[in-house]
Design a protein around this ligand. Structure first.
Ligand code: GDP
Ligand code: IMO
Ligand code: MG
Length: 428
């Protein structure tokens, strides 16, 4: 039996990973977040109560699970402390179950200043959480890791140099004044560090030595992956399976026994700028947004909506080496007389079956659709295959035949128990 499980986003994020990871975490002993940062917003609904997790692994809501914030993340320590405290206030014990990587980089106020500044020229539509600039500093070897905070003098020096660099850039290139106070940033950072210090360890070793079952929780989605997504309209980490090894510090071989599943909505959404071939800028798109409650869990921005794009989804299957797909929000399609699915793209009469790298090509592709008859029946909260309308099952069958990967689970509502298995795994 395969031991570990990887859950990824198959689209442009917000697929419902939080809901799915939460319900699956009941069977796992450790849950690991390993890339991205507080740009993520993972929603879980339990008995009408809403939890939105940004930095903590979603599985932390299950008290048997140990949580890990692994090295590939960029961590805003202030937000992390706040998130843990909020859960503690709700009665969940988190402090004694959470481990934070000593190698993770931290997000600082000057990263956020740069994030907003960059957005003024060549807008990506970021979450303004300082994610891109933190990774820039990391790869530019000017980043500050959690373990570096053990050396306050060096930390202060680095903060001071980085603030000078950012301030100069603001003034000279953008003609804006954003001079932060290095002493203040340093003191606040050390304050937040004091709160988490006890929980900082080498998380790679922790996972390697762990004997229980581990669930790895991807943030964002494959199409936002820095290498495999719609560059430059992506996030700054490897949000696909490519990010697992560097995000955890575990050797690629570690994952050879794991199950790889990705979550996809029954349609498509995206927040921010960038190509979206099946986007609907009409009443149908509006209906998807309203029925799906498609507003960002982190920024509240309305999500762009469109039909399911199987060309993009096939790309996710291939890049991630998926063993299964989980389809969420099927219930949102209950009100549509017709449902379309993109099966190929077309440019100047030429058919394209694979997701292209070129941005200019992607901006010109026209989707080729297959149309399905809608079921016009209520599937919200459905918990078994036998209660599903035949049209909905035809839709799901077509998806798995096209992708050549089984749809293992259907989610039919935001609540924890609103789902059912199509292929129940051996461990259930
Ligand atoms: P994530 O970032 O992938 O975790 O997804 P988000 O939490 O950002 O967005 C998904 C939204 O869809 C949340 O509001 C969920 O509560 C909701 N959701 C998840 N699964 C379902 C489902 O099957 N049906 C419906 N109607 N809503 C769902
Ligand atoms: P979860 O984990 C949806 C998008 C932003 C923007 C681009 C870059 O909840 O699925 P960034 O702030 O990362 O530099 O922004 O990526 N984005 C997300 N979209 N869900 C997310 O996370 C996202 N995280 C980043 O909207 O287009
Ligand atoms: Mg989200």
């Amino acid at each position: 039996m395969k031991k570990d499980l990887v859950i990824l986003g198959a689209q442009w994020g917000d697929e419902g990973k939080g809901k799915v990871v939460d319900l699956l975490s009941a069977d796992f002993d450790m849950v690991v977040r390993y890339q991205g940062g507080s740009n993520a917003g993972h929603t879980v609904m339990v008995g009408g109560e809403k939890f939105v997790l940004h930095l903590l692994p979603t599985g932390i809501l299950h008290e048997q699970a140990i949580g890990v914030v692994a090295q590939g993340m960029v961590v805003d320590l202030e937000l992390l402390v706040k998130e843990i405290e909020e859960l503690e206030k709700k009665g969940l014990k988190v402090w004694d179950r959470i481990y934070i990587s000593d190698r993770a980089h931290i997000v600082l106020p000057y990263h956020k200043v740069l994030d907003s500044l960059f957005e003024k020229k060549g807008k990506i539509g970021t979450t303004l959480r300082g994610i891109g600039p933190s990774y820039m500093f990391k790869y530019g070897r000017k980043g500050i890791r959690v373990c570096d905070l053990e050396d306050p003098d060096r930390t202060y020096q680095l903060i001071k140099e980085n603030i000078e660099f950012v301030s100069d850039l603001c003034e000279k290139v953008y003609c804006e004044n954003h001079r932060l106070d290095a002493q203040e940033v340093f003191e606040k950072t050390m304050e937040h560090y004091k709160r988490v210090k006890e929980r900082v360890i080498d998380t790679t070793r922790l996972i390697l030595d762990f004997r229980g079952r581990v669930l790895f929780e991807g943030a964002q989605g494959t199409m936002l992956d820095i290498d495999m997504g719609t560059y430059p309209y992506v996030t700054s980490s490897n949000a696909s399976a490519l990010g697992l090894s560097n995000g955890t510090g575990l050797p690629p071989k570690y994952f050879s026994e794991a199950n790889f599943w990705a979550v996809s909505k029954a349609y498509t959404t995206r927040v921010g700028e960038g190509p979206f071939p099946t986007e609907l800028k009409d009443a149908t798109g509006e209906l998807l947004r309203e029925r799906g409650g498609e507003y960002g869990a982190t920024t509240g921005r309305p999500r762009r909506c469109g039909w399911l794009d199987l060309v993009a989804l096939k790309h996710a299957v291939e890049v991630n080496g998926l063993d299964g797909i989980i389809i969420t929000k099927l219930d949102v399609l209950d009100a549509f007389e017709e449902i379309k699915v993109c099966v190929a793209y077309e440019v100047n009469g030429k058919r394209i079956d694979h997701f292209p790298a070129s941005l200019s090509l992607l901006q010109r592709v026209k989707p080729v659709y297959k149309t399905f008859k809608g079921w016009l029946k209520d599937t919200r909260g459905a918990r078994s295959l036998s209660t599903m309308p035949s049209e909905a099952l035809e839709y799901i069958d077509f998806i798995q035949e096209y992708l050549k990967v089984p749809v293992v689970m259907l989610s039919t509502g935001p609540e924890r128990e609103e789902y059912f298995w199509l292929y129940e795994p051996a461990w259930k």
